[in-house]
Design a protein around this ligand. Structure first.
Ligand SMILES: [Zn+2]
Length: 365
């Protein structure tokens, strides 16, 4: 509780913490002493004041610990070394053409060794490594139960990585990790509840509820890309026909564009103002915006963060999406949609999977 208050408020004194938490000054003093000793907090010199001695400001010791993030994507493995606040210190991207788990673990070890060697910081403790991929993962055992995109089934990826890297490894679906990154130190860091909506290779709508990324009973929450769009329609990666993302993921839109005989990249055609490309993207934006209004009605977020590769279509996609969202939302004023065009929080999400263990209470869902 104390760490989370300081994470959000940047700087607080012991007496601020006593007021905010309702805990006694003795308990606050005891916990703060521990957190200072463990290197999670730092004390700053009190500001001079004519009124006498001022309280000592406490801040998060962002530099005190390191985390490693590993994100498995379709053709590459991204590796990042961050501080406690997920600020990137070193990054590597390794091209992949073999998705065999052993080969992937070998690449991960190489990438981690490279970032650690180039940074060379033997004195800063490493909290562990986070592993993210689009998959159904058992976060307790670290096992990948199933990943359609990589053809994995019951792969004990957490254990394999932990042995290879000689450190604790935590696993999470990449979209839920993306939401976690925004919750901890991203665009949602001041909110206790918000939605995270993204379209890239897949399509999802994740929720942070009361400071917890909502995983659902088995970790499949938010996978709205598999909502049935057209019975018997296009083949989806899940093996069914007609899922929403078989039409409107960026990958699917690109395929539909090329099936029409267009040799160019869809995003390039959109930037070049090609009328047919604009029409395809506009239609996608309008359809998705209408769905988003339905999904958010169910959960009632006041803020939605929008990310993923579809942000590269710019206003051609986002304009119709926002318009449809506002139009179909039942309230007069629809919640705000904030766009994340950085792409960084995807890789940072893998580090967030580790960092969250510092901030999470015992009530992790
Ligand atoms: Zn599907």
């Amino acid at each position: 509780m104390i760490l989370n208050l300081i994470r959000r408020n940047e700087e607080m004194s012991r007496s601020d913490l006593t007021v905010s938490t309702g805990l006694s000054a003795a308990v606050v003093g005891f916990v703060v002493k521990d957190l200072l000793e463990e290197g999670y907090l730092v004390e700053h010199a009190p500001r001079d004041s004519s009124l006498g001695r001022r309280p000592v400001p406490l801040r998060l010791n962002r530099e005190g610990h390191l985390a490693i993030g590993l994100k498995l994507g379709r053709d590459r493995l991204d590796c990042v070394l961050t501080d406690l606040a997920m600020e990137p210190l070193e990054q590597r991207s390794v091209p992949l053409n073999d998705y065999d788990p052993k080969a992937v673990v070998g690449c991960a070890r190489q990438a981690v060794n490279e970032v650690l060697r180039s940074r060379n910081e033997p004195n800063r403790p490493i909290l562990g490594a986070g592993w993210t991929m689009p998959a159904h993962l058992d976060t307790r055992t670290g096992s990948c139960l199933r990943s359609f995109r990589f053809g994995w089934e019951n792969v004990p990826i957490g254990t394999m990585l932990s042995k290879a890297l000689e450190m604790p490894v935590f696993v999470e679906d990449d979209t839920l990790a993306y939401a976690q990154a925004h919750h901890l130190f991203g665009l949602g860091m001041q909110q206790q509840s918000f939605g995270v909506f993204a379209i890239g290779e897949g399509l999802f709508f994740a929720s942070v509820i009361n400071d917890q990324v909502w995983r659902g009973q088995i970790g499949n929450a938010g996978k709205v890309g598999h909502i049935m769009h057209q019975e018997g329609g296009r083949l989806c990666e899940c093996g069914r026909h007609g899922c929403l993302q078989a039409y409107y993921s960026v990958t699917a839109m690109q395929e539909r564009w090329q099936e029409r005989g267009n040799p160019t990249d869809l995003a390039t055609a959109v930037i070049a103002q090609d009328p047919a490309a604009l029409e395809l993207v506009r239609d996608a934006g309008a359809t998705i915006g209408r769905h988003l209004a339905q999904w958010n009605t169910l959960i009632d977020h006041e803020m939605i963060i929008f990310g993923g590769e579809s942000t590269s279509f710019g206003d051609a996609f986002m304009g119709p999406m926002r318009e449809a969202f506002d139009h179909y939302y039942y309230r007069e004023k629809a919640p705000s949609i904030i766009t994340d065009e950085t792409g960084y929080y995807w890789t940072a999400g893998a580090a967030a999977v580790v960092v969250q263990h510092v901030f999470d209470g015992p009530h992790v869902n």
